[in-house]
Design a protein around this ligand. Structure first.
Ligand code: PMP
Length: 294
């Protein structure tokens, strides 16, 4: 039996006791919000940014989190300490709470708060050296007028359908287009490509989650490198003509992509810009300088 302690509505409980009601609207309807967070060497990476995104997501679904951002951040910090973890993946969930079988959120009681700190499940190191393979999937990214992709909600079926397509093709990630045919993002990562000295990523209006890693990498490009960063709409063909492609995400960090739809990208090996950015990103996570000065 695992000794890990899960935060559940004010208590630290054993994994086996961390249970939620079947009447919670998080279970019944995917009604809730969440964050996936990393800690490096005992320091939570970009904690303020994750808190801001969580509370923004909650606001946009009219969910009032019954805790201040500071209290929530303290629980996240406590989660790694209580579980004796230095390097960890932290999943923070806020559900709508317990209601009845109707979907009206007004019938729900207090939102449930869950914080799980666990080991990080990473792509094998080989993928960072050789590059990842991906495919373009048929499932289009949700349109913002139906379900805004900038809301990190518990409703991930759009991404799961895309993931199933990637699974069926035997590759670890699927790239989704938006309904206009422009590249949006992956099932759980943001997309970048490199052409010459320019690094390109879709703007938020393409239908992407504003990744915390995406923002950190854009900041690195602006402040530490001679490359240019552009947020513009682009099509799959521009990806096939790119010198390099990489994905970013909390779990993946910065990962090179060397084959898409069975076609090699650039030289078919991780390119110099991506490798540079992996180096800078690792420096940032190891240095402790990722903690924002208050
Ligand atoms: N896009 C989607 C759909 C995601 O779920 C995630 C995070 N899992 C990302 C992008 C990357 O965001 P972050 O860098 O904040 O992890």
């Amino acid at each position: 039996m695992s000794k890990s302690k899960i935060y559940l509505d004010g208590k630290w409980v054993a994994k086996e006791e961390a249970k939620i009601s079947v009447f919670d609207h998080g279970v019944l309807y995917g009604d809730g919000v969440f964050e996936g967070i990393r800690a490096y060497d005992g320091v939570v990476f970009k904690l303020d940014e994750h808190m801001e995104r969580l509370y923004r997501s909650a606001r946009l679904i009219s969910l009032t989190i019954p805790k201040s951002k500071d209290d929530m951040a303290a629980i996240v910090n406590e989660a790694i300490k209580i579980n004796n973890l230095e390097n960890a993946y932290i999943r923070l969930i806020v559900t709508r709470g317990i209601g009845d079988l109707g979907l009206d959120p007004r019938v729900c009681g207090t939102p449930s708060i869950v914080v799980i700190a666990d080991q990080v499940a990473l792509f094998p190191e080989r993928c960072y050296k050789e590059g990842l393979e991906a495919v373009f999937v048929n499932t289009r990214r949700n349109v913002a007028s139906a379900l805004d992709p900038t809301i990190k909600s518990l409703n991930y079926l759009n991404n799961i359908l895309a993931k199933i397509e990637a699974n069926e093709k035997g590759v670890p990630e699927g790239i989704m287009l938006n309904t206009d045919g422009y590249v949006a993002e992956c099932t759980g990562d943001n997309v970048f490509f490199v052409k010459g000295d320019t690094v390109v990523t879709p703007p938020v209006v393409a239908g992407v989650l504003e990744g915390i890693t995406r923002a950190a990498v854009m900041d690195i490009i602006r402040t530490k490198t001679k490359y240019r960063i552009k947020e513009i709409l682009f099509t799959p063909n521009e990806i096939f003509e790119a010198d390099e492609v990489f994905f970013t995400g909390t779990a993946a960090e910065v990962i090179p992509v060397t084959r898409i739809d069975s076609r090699p990208i650039g030289k078919g090996t991780p390119g110099p810009v991506t490798l540079d950015l992996i180096g800078y990103f690792r420096e940032l996570t190891k240095s402790g300088t990722h903690v924002r000065k208050r």
